[in-house]
Design a protein around this ligand. Structure first.
Ligand code: NAG
Length: 559
């Protein structure tokens, strides 16, 4: 048998200009492949969030609108804004009879459901995620050049393949995919300068999930400055100030946003349940940190407190020293109460040595850092600045906010994806953030099979998109000045995450055999939290630096 000669060079021998443009940058293949993968994940572990959403499904299907925010049979009461409730009601229309019989729609204190309910709800996540794919496909479609299209394709595929969505939506169970889809619709409209649509979609998004308030300041300033102000010159008198604002645009934008909120909230105002609704949305009675410490400033703070407790209880004289130097009150009672590092997880963190943190402290810190990032945006409302300040706003809320969930890191990573190709200097920061951010989601899942999946998936995603972003990034001329020692430290940090994850997983597996390790559950979580803190905080530092000091990055670049 004579093997056919391989005609390898045919494409270069016969360059076909059509060939390149024929590649249509479609997300369709990715959708098919990942949907199959997600279906394989149906039997995987799911968290209590699953029962939360199942309960909401039954509340909205069984009860009249007026009772949605009053019902509290199940501890997981409805605490998302109205559009999400309508969304649950809409899904409820499609529950087949067999799934109803399975216990999907029962209004009980703890859900009793079988496989069918799980399959049905998991399918609803996959179907609703189509919004994300369509929004990103549109984002790819609006590119003006082939090069930009390629870049946007990398951005889009990095988001649809995000390990965060895989872990949080398709295993842990939540509906973030389509919510980010709406955010991306809004971002796409900001890019094409359709400001009204941009505002419209963001208002819709806020009525779905209020966590997006984290980035609302960036939207507010961007839309106000880009759409409602005449190009900037400092107004000198009130008369000039009046002419300075484009009142017509302000009116249009205002009515669009208000109309959305009216549609969302009007029924609840009508039934007089608005106060209950709002108290559900903003429960300030929760503690400073979530049960598992999201990798932010307060995690570091709590960690320091724990270390100090150990020192005070183990090192003689240390307590007096701290008391003398820092004037901190240490009650021996509280130290004894909390001195064990193995103390379980408590949502409501009481500090024993460091001063307590109140909600308004966290609020002031967040607002301060957000306001800093908004000033350059107000002066120069370019698309790039807008996305960068959105990223910084989410970051500030994540680092300094009250009761932050680890999942909120997605709110930083996804906007960041849109600007990472803007300059090669941003890539190391993105790498550190995405590596530490996604690794910090690992403790959400239990089970060895899940561990293998999340670790492998995140690793492959990281390698693929590090190289792809590297290929499509703009190179700036000042690249030579990059500090190489910092680059080396970055890589070292990212590589070190691998043994960290393996080590913690080994502890977890061994804890089945050794009782002493079981009591260290909290230490395992703390190792994750502290390691990821380093990444999230240091990449925030670097990003802030570039945001304020390197203006050349935040302008539209020609290809
Ligand atoms: C994107 O463009 C392709 C081909 O040009 C078209 O078929 C598709 O419908 C567009 N998709 C969206 C979401 O705009």
């Amino acid at each position: 048998m004579v093997p056919k000669p391989l005609i390898k060079r045919s494409s270069s021998v016969n360059p076909d200009p059509q060939q390149k443009t024929q590649y249509n940058f479609s997300l369709w293949n990715i959708w098919v492949a990942t949907t199959l993968l997600k279906i394989l994940l149906y039997p995987a572990y799911h968290s209590t969030d699953f029962d939360v959403h199942r309960n909401w499904l039954s509340i909205t299907s069984l009860l009249p609108v007026s009772d949605w925010y009053l019902e509290n049979t199940n501890q997981w009461t409805l605490d998302y804004p109205p559009f999400f409730a309508y969304f649950e009601w809409f899904i409820g229309l499609f529950v087949p009879h067999v799934v109803v019989d399975d216990g999907c729609l029962e209004l009980v204190d703890v859900g009793r459901y079988g496989h069918l309910t799980v399959y049905f709800q998991r399918s609803s996540v996959i179907v609703s995620e189509i919004v994300l794919f369509l929004a990103l496909q549109r984002f790819i479609n609006i590119s003006r050049s082939l090069k930009e299209k390629k870049r946007n394709f990398v951005i889009a595929s990095s988001i649809v393949l995000s390990p965060g969505l895989m872990i949080v939506d398709h295993i842990h169970f939540q509906y973030n995919g389509f919510l980010f889809g709406i955010l991306i619709l809004s971002i796409t409209n900001a890019k094409t300068k359709n400001y009204l649509w941009c505002g419209f979609w963001f208002a819709v998004l806020l009525c779905f999930k209020h966590i997006f308030l984290y980035i609302a300041p960036a939207y507010f300033v961007f839309l106000f400055s880009a759409y409602c102000l005449n190009p900037l010159t400092i107004p000198k008198s009130t008369k000039e100030l009046i002419g300075f604002i484009r009142w017509e645009n302000l009116l249009k934008l205002g009515s669009v946003v208000i109309a959305v909120f009216v549609v969302a909230f009007a029924p609840f105002v009508y039934y007089g349940v608005l106060p209950q609704l709002l108290s559900r949305l903003f429960p300030f009675s929760r503690g400073l940190t979530h049960a598992y410490w999201a990798p932010n400033i307060w995690a570091v703070y709590s960690f320091m407190d724990r270390v100090l407790i150990q020192l005070v209880s183990k090192v003689p004289g240390f307590g007096e020293f701290v008391h003398l130097v820092f004037k901190l009150n240490i009650s021996s009672e509280s130290v004894n109460h909390t001195s064990s590092l193995t103390r379980g997880l408590v949502g409501d963190v009481q500090f024993s040595i460091l001063p307590d943190i109140k909600p308004n402290h966290t609020f002031l810190l967040t607002v301060f850092y957000q306001a800093m990032s908004l000033i350059p945006l107000l002066v120069n409302p370019s698309f790039e600045r807008f996305i960068a300040s959105m990223t910084l706003c989410a970051w500030a809320s994540f680092l300094f906010g009250w009761h932050v969930h680890e999942k909120a890191i997605m709110l930083v990573i996804i906007p960041f994806s849109f600007i990472v190709a803007q300059d090669r200097k941003l890539l190391p920061l993105f790498q550190i953030l995405s590596a530490s951010g996604y690794v910090s989601l690992f403790p959400l899942l239990f089970g060895s099979a899940e561990w293998l999946f999340k670790a492998l998936f995140t690793f492959v995603w990281f390698v693929v998109f590090s190289t792809s972003f590297n290929e499509v990034s703009h190179f700036s001329t000042t690249l030579a000045r990059r500090v190489f020692i910092i680059d080396r430290l970055n890589s070292l940090y990212i590589v070190a995450l691998i043994p960290m994850c393996c080590f913690v997983q080994m502890l977890e597996i061994q804890s089945r055999n050794f009782e002493i390790l079981q009591r260290l559950e909290f230490v395992r979580l703390m190792i994750y939290s502290m390691t990821c803190c380093i990444g999230v905080i240091s990449s925030w530092n670097g990003f802030t630096w570039l945001y304020f000091l390197d203006d050349s990055i935040w302008v539209e670049k020609d290809d």
